[in-house]
Write a protein that binds this ligand. Structure first.
Ligand SMILES: [Zn+2]
Length: 75
């Protein structure tokens, strides 16, 4: 329940009834859309575990992009 200390760069909606996970074909639980980083506007329907994987991938991509922005300095 204390899961919002870190703001996730993914918007989460309920999956339409009867939809399938894009990655494993199981019944989808949620519809995820990336709202930052190189995954911007990518997303789809995912079951629980795949949704967690997707969220982690997007979060890592955003974190990587941010650290590059701050460490890459023009000469
Ligand atoms: Zn899945």
């Amino acid at each position: 329940m204390s899961n919002n200390e870190f703001r996730r760069p993914v918007s989460i909606d309920y999956a339409p009834r009867g939809s399938m996970c894009e990655w494993c074909g199981k019944p989808a639980e949620r519809q995820l859309t990336a709202i930052g980083g190189s995954y911007h506007n990518e997303g789809g329907l995912f079951c629980g575990p795949c949704g967690d994987e997707f969220t982690r991938a997007v979060t890592n991509a955003v974190a990587t992009a941010r650290s590059k922005e701050t460490t890459t300095q023009p000469h």
